[in-house]
Ligand binder design. Structure first.
Ligand SMILES: *Cc1c(COP(=O)(O)O)cnc(C)c1O
Length: 416
């Protein structure tokens, strides 16, 4: 039988150049992004290629969804095999991939139980629901009164409840009314956090490092102090490790680096191996155990294709080599970035950096546009910051190319 490809689905339009592709995107796409004028069509490791045949180093790695690079051979092999066996069952039935994934992720993270979902925002929503139900059913908080303490500058996703407790106007404005029950305190200030806890507080939700805010690393000892306070007050600690976890900062969980065990963690991004969306809430069995059948779920959550890829991701991380690479390469990248003129601040953890561009030279966007022209893909955040989170499989030579290119852009902007 000859496979017939319907016109327009994967036909000639997918093969045209940058200009046509961007025109098509602008004609039919919702304009909720302002992408750089680069149209990618293939990738391998830390390198991607556009429709005109230009090559780039990927210094963003899908905001850490591509920690293992593009098309890691172990992950694509597992995905291909699972595509030929079973892809989706819905949770109405068991499938033969999900239990092993849950076992593997619990073992990797040193936790007891795993609730699979799809996107990061869904994992955060799920953690909030679990924390509230735990508050009512276990802690005895009066119904409808549960509160969750969050940090200023947070980023936990884009759903309505999650943007309810953001302080970023571009995430919130025009999207109310918002979900009540959240109290926001300054990030990095444990005393302010302690003062915000009430008898109705069921959880503190925090990023161990704030990625979207510009790779903001809290003061040493902050997370441990938050853990001490929450434990003392009988409040759950929920660490959102969707971006900081799974190797990026040089550890499986950033919290572990701080000597902290949370009650719940949210994971996502790299968990899907850069192939598909896969997220999870992991943590204490007695806390996740408050959910009863029928109270929470997802048509795609825990599907065998995602679970197979997720298990393979756990296998890669179990070797420790990606965490070690993040530490070693991160040390090198940090040293080189801190020596660059034109940056007013460099913050980092593992292979993850926020670089503030001197406003006299231009904006973060200006730098990213020029980097892309020279073959390095990065993304600005909050105006002045260039965020670098290359795949953990990048080589030291590729990192040097990245920094040399960055240095060249800054030097040329300084010359005006
Ligand atoms: C990206 C991110 C999310 C949201 O994940 P999505 O998959 O985009 O919904 C939540 N929390 C943190 C810390 C993130 O970096």
């Amino acid at each position: 039988m000859t496979a017939v490809v319907p016109a327009g689905s994967t036909g000639p339009t997918a093969r045209t150049g940058t200009g046509e592709q961007i025109a098509l995107a602008e004609r039919y796409g919702a304009a909720n992004y302002a992408p750089l004028p680069v149209v990618l069509s293939s990738g391998e490791g830390a390198r991607v290629t556009d429709v005109d045949g230009n090559h780039y180093l990927d210094a963003l790695a899908g905001y850490s969804a591509l920690n293992f690079g593009h098309r890691h051979p172990v992950l694509t092999e597992v995905a291909h095999r699972q595509l030929d066996a079973l892809t989706l069952t819905a949770r109405a039935f068991h499938n033969d991939r999900l239990p092993a994934f849950q076992r593997d992720l619990a073992a990797l993270t040193g936790t007891e139980a795993v609730l699979p979902m799809n996107t990061g925002a869904e994992a955060v929503e799920s953690a909030i629901k679990v924390a509230r139900a735990w508050g009512y059913r276990v802690r005895g908080v009066p119904d409808g009164r549960a509160r969750v303490v969050v940090a200023g500058g947070n980023f936990h996703g884009r759903t309505t409840t999650v943007v309810s407790f953001s302080d970023d106007p571009s995430a919130r404005d025009g999207f109310g009314p918002f979900t009540p029950g959240f109290d926001r305190v300054p990030y990095g200030d444990a005393a302010a956090l302690a003062a915000a806890l009430t008898a109705d507080t069921v959880a503190v939700l925090i990023e161990p490092v704030q990625g979207e805010a510009g790779v903001v690393v809290p003061p040493a000892g902050y997370l441990a102090e938050v853990r001490r306070i929450t434990a003392e007050r009988g409040v759950l600690l929920v660490c959102d490790e969707i971006q900081s976890g799974l190797g990026r900062t040089g550890a499986t969980l950033r919290s572990d680096t701080e000597g902290v065990r949370a009650d719940l963690y949210t994971l996502g991004k790299a968990l899907g191996g850069g192939i598909l969306p896969l997220s999870a809430v992991v943590g204490r069995a007695d806390v996740l155990g408050v959910l009863r059948p029928g109270e929470h779920g997802s048509a795609f959550g825990g599907n065998p294709l995602a679970a197979a890829v997720g298990s393979a991701v756990c296998g890669l991380l179990a070797t420790g080599e990606y965490q070690a690479a993040a530490r070693q390469l991160g040390e090198h990248l940090g040293e080189r970035l801190r020596a660059l003129p034109g940056l007013t601040a460099v913050r980092g953890a593992g292979l993850w950096f926020g670089c503030d561009v001197d406003p006299a030279l231009g904006t973060g966007r200006d730098v990213c546009v020029e980097l892309a022209r020279r073959g390095v893909l990065a993304k600005e955040t909050h105006g002045a910051t260039v965020r670098l989170s290359p795949p953990l499989v990048i080589t030291r030579d590729e990192l040097d190319v990245l920094v040399d290119t960055f240095a060249g852009v800054l030097a040329d902007l300084a010359r005006g």
